[in-house]
Design a protein around this ligand. Structure first.
Ligand code: G3P
Ligand code: MG
Length: 254
């Protein structure tokens, strides 16, 4: 039900490096992480970039937005200085750079499709196609069945983005992100052909966890930074979670 790693570094390297940068992946590796979650959004010219916020101002300086800026311009922006001067000029990565790095280092990816408003289907389809093409050899070798952890897991809060991902590359696994698990979640998860529910640990209860597991889905939580809470939800049957505190919660945490 969850053939993927149990503990995943959130946004690259959690709080030890600027989020969604290659420096983050490097920080994760330094702590032994070979599993990462990050966010992908389309640029103005329709290229997937690793970025969380649609608008500038937090991780990159200035005014403007990801959907309003071309990929090459985004890639030239400084996404590191906000975090610390030693990360100055750390660029906004292309999704394909993250794929290359993760393949080379054998890092499993949970790719969160993070569409800017109005670009839900376009983003879902683009991410799914590029991921499928990048993992064509693994997919052709039957890894989706024999070695599922060799294939990335796509996830999104956007039903439409995930539906488009399903239509573009049905062979890729999908996790449905729900902040709070609502009544009727099963119908949506079934419609998406999701393999897992990804949910906010804050609102998860033992009962809800049992419900999701009894229905046969993987159950993944974000974002667990307190080891005690981590142990608690794992005892409820949660399969895995991502963490910002890769220094406190390591890849072998139990
Ligand atoms: O994918 C889990 C988590 O990353 C969702 O929230 O805002 O950190 O992308 P956010
Ligand atoms: Mg995310």
């Amino acid at each position: 039900m969850w053939p993927y790693p149990k503990i995943v570094a959130h946004r690259g390297g959690g709080t030890l490096a600027p989020e969604n940068t290659v420096a983050g992946l490097r920080a994760g590796l330094a702590y032994g992480f070979r599993a990462v979650e990050f966010d992908v959004m389309l640029s103005r010219d329709g290229i997937g970039m690793v970025m969380h916020d649609p608008d500038f101002g937090r991780t990159v300086a200035g005014r403007g937005s990801v959907p309003g800026t071309d990929a090459v311009e985004l890639a030239a922006m400084d996404a590191g200085s906000w975090f610390g001067p030693q990360f100055r000029d750390e660029p906004v990565p292309f999704f394909t750079q993250f794929i290359d790095y993760c393949k080379a280092q054998r890092i499993w990816m949970n790719v969160e499709i993070k569409p800017a408003d109005g670009f839900e289907r376009e983003t879902g389809a683009w991410v799914a196609k590029v991921t499928r093409d990048s993992y064509a050899a693994e997919l052709a070798a039957g890894s989706a069945v024999s070695n599922p952890a060799a294939i990335p897991l796509l996830s999104s809060f956007s039903f439409d983005a995930l539906a488009a991902a399903r239509d573009a590359a049905p062979e890729l696994p999908r996790g449905y992100l729900l902040d709070k698990i609502p009544a009727g979640w099963q119908e949506q998860a079934r419609a998406l052909g999701a393999v897992a529910i990804h949910t906010n640990q804050k609102y998860l209860t033992r009962e809800l966890a049992a419900q999701v597991k009894a229905a046969g889905y993987g159950l993944f939580c974000y974002t667990v930074n307190d080891p005690q809470r981590g142990r608690e939800i794992l005892s409820w049957g949660v399969d895995g979670f991502c963490t910002d505190r890769i220094d406190l919660i390591g890849p072998t945490f139990a």
